[in-house]
Ligand binder design. Structure first.
Ligand code: HEM
Ligand SMILES: *[C@@H]1O[C@H](CO)[C@@H](O)[C@H](O)[C@H]1NC(C)=O
Ligand SMILES: *[C@@H]1O[C@H](CO)[C@@H](O)[C@H](O)[C@H]1NC(C)=O
Length: 431
């Protein structure tokens, strides 16, 4: 496909780093308690990654990191009733409100890559992967909506009818246990902020003078939200891609992207006002008002340093560190129709005997599992959504193949999604 060269090129740039990236760390991510050595391996890998970052010392460059919110980038409120699309992603909503992607909330893969890099310093490997996945799962193969279905994307042949946008991608992209958005089957809506959840996050740093919503508070918040879903959502489902790989992004992106960078704090400080602005919240604590789709980039706000982009390896480092602390994050499964019935699937059964709980933690297996899951679930989805099946599939295969050397993965002959039948909330994970 047209875009695949640019994306694959960007990913190739990082590929050596990804492959060098701690397969050894991943292998032990979920069983830290069981294996004392695991912590040391993971800490070593994370420390190595961080040393490498610091050695490159991108520092702070105000002119290069300043993000304009004036002129063509001035905030313009969306007209949602009039057809502008806004959805579960505060970063993308803010980009559309400030004209960094089209104001109607429908953009091409290239526009997502450029926009996320320009506004937030997202690595082009990560932007490319997320953008392409969105186009395949939620769009027409080339562009997609950051909200729901829209007439801005022309009629597309497909079994599922028109593309559903990311708001309509529950279990495919959109996941349970989001920080501020409710679980779909708990609230009947997965894309608007539940003020109670925002309040809970806000309260993690209640002193305005010192507040900094970094991963040291956001990761325990994720564990608390995970527990809430088990206890309150009879249809809670922690999917193999949406739960294992997207859910962590919904938390790490908050600090990694929204934090305001400065010479003094090159990693960023995410204070209460900036948090509220990006989540479209006004008013005082205890009496917050949420306005759907009004996410704003704050005035005088600075993005990630040039050269310190949040890339796939960087994201994986954060994902693993979180899973080391809370191994349940990697449990694929869900409630079986009533609350507090969380049941994990046997990986052996899911993967035709190729992976099991023990071997998942060896070698490249966890990485292989996540990427092979995408490959195995995708063909049906793609077939139902777009016409250029072969082209889209090979673009994704290229991309996954470059992110990870798939030839080193155990061969996954079958992927038995009937395992998910026991979870009434798993609808949509495969089609
Ligand atoms: C092309 C790039 C991107 C794609 C495809 C994407 C897609 C998504 C999707 C599907 C969700 C819903 C996940 C869930 O159910 O929890 C989401 C949530 C989220 N995204 Fe993005 N996103 C992108 C870029 C960004 C950027 C640049 C930011 C920067 C701040 C961001 C911040 C977030 C946050 C914080 C959430 C969780 C919202 C909440 O529940 O409170 N995303 N995104
Ligand atoms: C970001 O940090 C700089 C330097 O401390 C400060 O001048 C600016 O006001 C901050 N921006 C926001 C939105 O807090
Ligand atoms: C896995 O498959 C075996 C053999 O068919 C079965 O006995 C077992 O109950 C299955 N486990 C789960 C969790 O479905």
């Amino acid at each position: 496909m047209r875009y695949s060269t640019a994306i694959v090129g960007a990913i190739a740039f990082y590929a050596s780093e990804v492959v060098a990236f701690p397969a050894a760390a991943i292998q032990h991510a979920a069983n830290a308690e069981r294996d004392a050595a695991a912590s040391r391996i993971i800490e070593g890998a994370v420390a190595k990654f961080n040393r490498k970052r610091q050695a490159s010392n991108p520092g702070f460059n105000a002119a290069a990191q300043y993000v304009s919110t004036s002129g063509e980038y001035e905030f313009v409120a969306p007209d949602i009733a009039g057809g502008d699309n806004r959805g579960p992603c505060p970063g993308l909503n803010a980009m559309a409100n400030h004209g960094y992607i089209p104001h109607n909330g429908v953009a091409t893969i290239e526009e997502f890559i450029e926009g996320t890099y320009t506004v937030f310093g997202m690595g082009k490997d990560l932007g490319g992967f997320l953008g392409l996945y969105g186009a395949l799962i939620d769009g027409n193969g080339a562009e997609w909506s950051i909200g729901g279905p829209t007439s801005a994307i022309g009629a597309t042949l497909g079994l599922l009818g028109v593309p559903q946008g990311i708001s309509g991608s529950h279990n495919k992209y959109e996941s349970d246990v989001s920080p501020t958005r409710g679980d779909l089957y708990e609230y009947g809506n997965d894309y608007t902020v539940q003020v109670s959840q925002f309040q809970q996050m806000f309260d993690l740093q209640s002193d305005a003078a010192t507040a900094n919503y970094d991963l040291s508070v956001l990761t325990p918040f994720r564990a608390a939200r995970f527990q809430q879903s088990m206890e309150n959502n009879p249809y809670f489902f922690n999917g193999p891609f949406s739960g294992v790989a997207v859910q962590p992004a919904a938390y790490t992106f908050i600090y990694r992207f929204m934090g305001n960078k400065s010479a003094e704090y090159p990693e960023g400080i995410l204070n209460q006002d900036v948090l509220k602005s990006f989540f479209s919240i006004t008013g005082d604590s205890g009496d917050f008002t949420y306005t759907e789709g009004y996410e704003r980039i704050p005035e005088n706000w600075y993005k990630r340093a040039i050269g310190d982009e949040y890339t796939i390896p960087f994201f994986l480092t954060d994902l693993i560190a979180a899973a080391e602390e809370y191994p349940q994050f990697l449990d694929i499964g869900g409630n079986t129709g009533t609350v507090n019935t969380f049941t994990g699937v046997e990986l052996t059964n899911l993967t035709g005997g190729v992976f099991d709980g023990a071997t998942l933690l060896e070698g490249n297996n966890l990485e292989c599992f996540v990427f092979q899951t995408i490959q195995n679930l995708l063909p049906d989805l793609v077939r139902s959504l777009i016409t250029d099946v072969a082209g889209a599939q090979s673009a994704l295969d290229n991309e996954l193949g470059t992110i990870i050397d798939m030839s080193t993965c155990p061969q996954l002959a079958s992927y038995d999604v009937s395992q998910f039948a026991q979870f009434p909330g798993s609808t949509g994970v495969a089609s």
